[in-house]
Structure formats: structure tokens, C-alpha cells
Design a protein around this ligand. Structure first.
Ligand code: PEP
Ligand code: MN
Length: 335
């Protein structure tokens, strides 16, 4: 339930509504808006009796929330969330391009790729230091050494960095070195990891589980917001289907749907969706046309030698083409 206060409501009136909500054993979450404050009612097990709050001074309206997710829903917050990191803004009105290799392999590889993607127009650099690999024998990432390389690259190239966290154990370390923390598709419903990320002050990119419905994905994001981390970015990266012409199937309708249901930014990762380089640019163009707030693209300075996901990694000149084309699409849309 959402309690909408009058524009003229005083801080005392807001505080007494909060107290009334808490008096019922619920959590009250004030949500300051541009014009008026709303108060979200959380942790109720069943329906909440609207009559308890309707007549309180300063209350304009009491609205039942019809979705299972609350804090992430448009019903709770009408205006778009903007995520700010290192001088970059992600969300409505922006097209943020995140690019870099699947994995940090060496300082030379990371630095070279970072310089190339920065020159082509990337706003944020990506690279995995801890890699979630299907095979335990495949390259697992450089771990702490990878994080240190990312830090050096950020200092040299000047782009904020996003990197994946795999578990709670390594969370403090990743949080120390990364500007944005990524929770990957395989961990979307790792609830203890989500709780830990909810307590973090770093923005989080939450990838959609490869078999998750959008409701499940938004409920996973709810863990982050309920834990206190409102700087959350959703990332669609393709879902499992029966096809074999691509690694996954990019669910582009997630973009208009999520934009309607939630105020959180949604970006698209066409690289993991496609699994093959020849589909990445067309899917990126489509994502921008569908009004995604950003893209995450795998680029390697020498994809043929990549230790992971080389087949889907763009050559630097392809990435430069992608940037030019998506900016042209955005301009054609009047943005
Ligand atoms: C990645 O971005 O490096 C990654 C492993 O992605 P996903 O979790 O979408 O597979
Ligand atoms: Mn990858």
C-alpha cells in the first residue's frame, strides 16, 4: 500500500503517519517526490486496512499496490531512478555504453581494450575478475590481481568500472575496487548475495536470470531496494529458449515492459544474448530503438586470443561502428 501525502503536508504530519504505520507492525518507507511525499507500507503479510490511514492529517490518498514487488514498481515511485557513478548518469534521458572484455586477463590486454573503447565512446568499462564458468577447468579470472588491474585502468583511462561479484565471501573486496557491482545471471536469485548487495553503497547491475520471468527478476531487485540500495540497474542478457542459432534469445520486449512496470533503468547486453559477434551490432541497434537506457558490450583488443567469450567479443573497430550507429538511431528518435 502507498499513502500519498498532500503537497502541503508538514514534516510532523509525515512523521505521525509513519508512526501510525509502524504502530500496526509494518515498515514505513517515506518516498520524497518532486511535489509530495508518499509513504510505502512494507512487510505486511496480508492486505492492509486503508481506513486506518485515510483520515490522518495530511493524507491525500491511500492506494493499494497491486504488484508483488513494491519499491521497484512505478506504483510506488512514478519518476525514473537515475544512477550516478563517477560522473556518469544511467537512466531516463541517457544512453550509457558499458564496454570491455569478458574477463580481465592481463594488464596489457585490459589497458589496451579500455583505451580503445574509451576512444570509441564508452562511458563505463567492464571486465570480470571473478568469472562464473560452466567448467571448473576453464579460466576462472585473476581474482584480486584482476581487481587491481581494473583500478589501475580506471586511474589511467578515467572510466568507472563494473565487475561481477560471485559470492558473499569476496563481496567486500569487489566493493572496494569496483565502481559498480554486477550480479550475474546465475546469481539473480542468490538471496543472501542480494541481501549483501542491498547493504552496499555501490550501484548494482542486476542481470536477468537466464530462465527468470520478469516478475522474478523484479522481485530480485526488490531485495536490493528493500535492503536500502536504490542505485540498481536492470540488465537483460537473453533467456534460454529452444533455438540454437544464438546462445540465448534476447527478450527485447523486456524493455518496454520493465519501463512501464518499474522506475529502474534497464540496459541490454546483446553479447551474452547472441553468443556470436555477427548478431551483436544488430541487437544493440534494436535495443536502442526499443529505448533501453544503455548497452553492455563485450569487446577485446584481440578476440581470437580471448580467454573467455571470444566468439561474441567485438573487434575494436566493430565497437566503434556500433557506437556511431546507436547514437544515430537515438538522434533519429529525437532524443
Ligand atoms: C558477464 O557479463 O561477464 C557474464 C558472465 O554475464 P551473464 O551473467 O549475463 O552470463
Ligand atoms: Mn562474457
Amino acid at each position: 500500500m502507498l499513502i500519498v501525502m498532500e503537497k502541503t503536508a508538514t514534516p510532523e504530519q509525515i512523521a505521525s503517519v509513519v508512526a501510525a504505520v509502524q504502530g500496526q507492525g509494518y515498515e514505513a518507507r517515506p518516498i520524497p517526490g518532486g511535489e509530495r511525499t508518499s509513504i510505502g507500507v512494507l512487510r505486511n503479510q496480508g492486505p492492509v486496512e486503508a481506513a486506518l490511514f485515510v483520515g490522518l492529517p495530511g493524507v491525500r490518498d491511500v492506494i493499494p499496490v497491486t504488484r508483488p514487488y513494491k519499491l521497484v514498481s512505478r506504483e510506488f515511485q512514478a519518476q525514473d531512478t537515475l544512477v550516478h557513478v563517477g560522473g556518469v548518469t544511467i537512466g531516463q534521458g541517457h544512453l550509457t555504453i558499458i564496454a570491455g572484455p569478458c574477463a580481465v586477463e592481463s594488464e596489457t590486454q585490459t589497458l589496451k581494450t579500455a583505451e580503445l573503447v574509451a576512444a570509441a565512446g564508452a562511458h563505463i568499462f567492464r571486465g570480470g575478475a571473478y568469472k562464473p564458468r560452466t567448467s571448473p577447468y576453464a579460466f576462472q579470472g585473476l581474482g584480486l590481481e584482476g581487481l587491481k588491474i581494473l583500478r589501475r585502468v580506471r586511474e589511467t583511462v578515467g572510466l568507472p568500472v563494473v565487475t561481477e561479484v560471485l559470492d558473499e565471501e569476496s563481496f567486500p573486496l569487489v566493493e572496494e575496487y569496483a565502481d559498480i557491482i554486477q550480479i550475474g545471471t546465475r546469481n539473480m536469485q542468490n538471496f543472501s548475495l542480494l541481501r549483501r548487495a542491498g547493504r552496499s553503497r555501490r550501484p548494482v547491475v542486476l542481470k536477468r536470470g537466464m530462465s527468470a520471468t520478469i516478475d522474478e527478476w523484479l522481485m530480485a531487485a526488490e531485495y536490493l531496494l528493500a535492503g536500502g540500495n536504490a542505485q540498481t540497474i536492470l540488465c537483460e542478457r537473453g533467456v534460454r529458449t529452444f533455438v540454437n542459432h544464438s546462445r540465448n534469445t534476447l527478450d527485447l520486449s523486456a524493455v518496454p515492459y520493465v519501463r512501464k512496470e518499474s522506475h529502474l533503468p534497464i540496459i541490454i547486453d546483446p553479447s551474452h544474448a547472441a553468443g556470436r559477434r555477427d548478431q551483436v551490432i544488430p541487437l544493440a541497434r534494436a535495443a536502442v530503438a526499443a529505448e533501453a537506457h544503455g548497452l553492455m558490450i563485450e569487446v577485446h583488443h584481440n578476440p581470437d586470443q580471448a580467454l573467455s567469450d571470444g566468439a561474441q567479443s567485438l573487434y575494436p573497430e566493430q565497437f566503434a561502428t556500433l557506437c556511431r550507429q546507436v547514437l544515430a538511431i537515438r538522434a533519429a528518435m529525437g532524443a
